[in-house]
Design a protein around this ligand. Structure first.
Ligand code: ZN
Length: 314
């Protein structure tokens, strides 16, 4: 591959209009901001420098990542901190072609430390409002519950209140977790779900009901769900006609934002531009946007595709 075509491939992945559906806002805390907020709030970090933090980002599994992730969260204390964190994500996302983002936030991690729920939500919400007006990124918020709490009841109450449910399943855990998420928690979307391919009947159900999977390739490699990107099953999932999307999960920790994930996957798995377009199309279809908003974004995507193919012909 020549330098020009690698550059063009990166440019295509970045400019492709897309939605991001699996992003933990706390996981977008870059080491530089971690230090800045630690200084601002007088929090002592267990790291000497930004480089020291980056060196710690080699994980053996999910738990080793969570240990560092929770340590990082300790610098988030005030409303402005949550604003700054969310705004930094949105500006990066805008540069990566994100037009719509559905963002997880981990309220318990903060309320457990004595930070008020309102502080967290107001900061994030204010940044999302600015994202709408200044960056033209629409957005939604997804409240996270930690796995050790009683799930079924919480999900039931959330659905009763008219909220839409999603769940992380089928990443490190087996396909049975995905069945459980569908049948017990009655989720509308599966986060990760890559291990569904181990169960043919499950794949059949996910395809038939077009239940979206929010796949995070760089996260999967960092947390050793796959040894490397070349062995990732993203292309296989697409070939099964699953409604698969590409996302960044915890980009500050896993080495890339959403377009970086797309570009790295495209390079490792030799994804065509049509397949990348399909992934972008899926991201809007799988979102919780209204049908009208979905249509508008899909039209924008069609215009982009038409322009892109014109460019390759000329
Ligand atoms: Zn996640």
């Amino acid at each position: 591959m020549t330098h020009t075509s690698a550059g063009e491939a990166a440019d295509f992945a970045r400019k492709l209009p897309k939605a991001e559906l699996h992003l933990h806002v706390e996981g977008s805390l870059e080491p530089e901001m971690m230090f800045e907020l630690a200084r601002r709030n007088g929090v002592t970090l267990p790291y000497a420098s930004v480089e020291d933090v980056r060196r710690a980002y080699v994980f053996s599994d999910l738990q080793s990542f969570l240990d560092i992730y929770y340590a990082g969260c300790r610098v988030l204390m005030k409303e402005q901190d949550f604003y700054d964190l969310t705004w930094a994500y949105l500006t990066r996302a805008a540069a990566q072609g994100v037009r719509h983002a559905e963002i997880f936030f981990d309220a318990q991690t903060h309320t457990d430390r004595g930070v008020a729920f309102e502080t967290v939500v107001s900061g994030i919400y204010r940044a999302l409002e600015d994202g709408r007006t200044r960056l033209s990124i629409t957005s939604g918020l997804i409240l996270c519950f930690l796995r050790h709490l009683k799930f079924k009841d919480v999900y039931h109450r959330a659905r009763e209140a008219g909220l839409l449910a999603v769940a992380h399943a089928g990443e490190e855990g087996p396909p049975e977790y995905v069945w459980e998420a569908l049948d017990v928690l009655k989720v509308r979307r599966i986060d990760h779900g890559v291990r569904c391919v181990e169960d043919e009947r499950l794949v059949g159900r996910l395809v038939e009901e077009q239940i979206p999977l929010t796949v995070c390739p760089l996260s999967n490699v960092k947390l050793r769900v796959f040894p490397n990107l070349k062995s990732h099953n993203l292309k296989q999932l697409l070939d099964c006609s699953l409604l698969v999307t590409v996302n960044s999960d915890d980009p500050a920790y896993f080495g890339g934002y959403v377009a970086d994930n797309l570009q790295a996957s495209a390079a490792a798995l030799d994804l065509s531009r049509e397949q990348q377009l399909q992934l972008a199309r899926n991201s809007f279809v799988a979102s919780f946007l209204s049908d009208e908003s979905k249509r508008a974004y899909l039209q924008e995507l069609d215009r982009f595709a038409a322009q892109a193919s014109l460019k390759t012909i000329s």
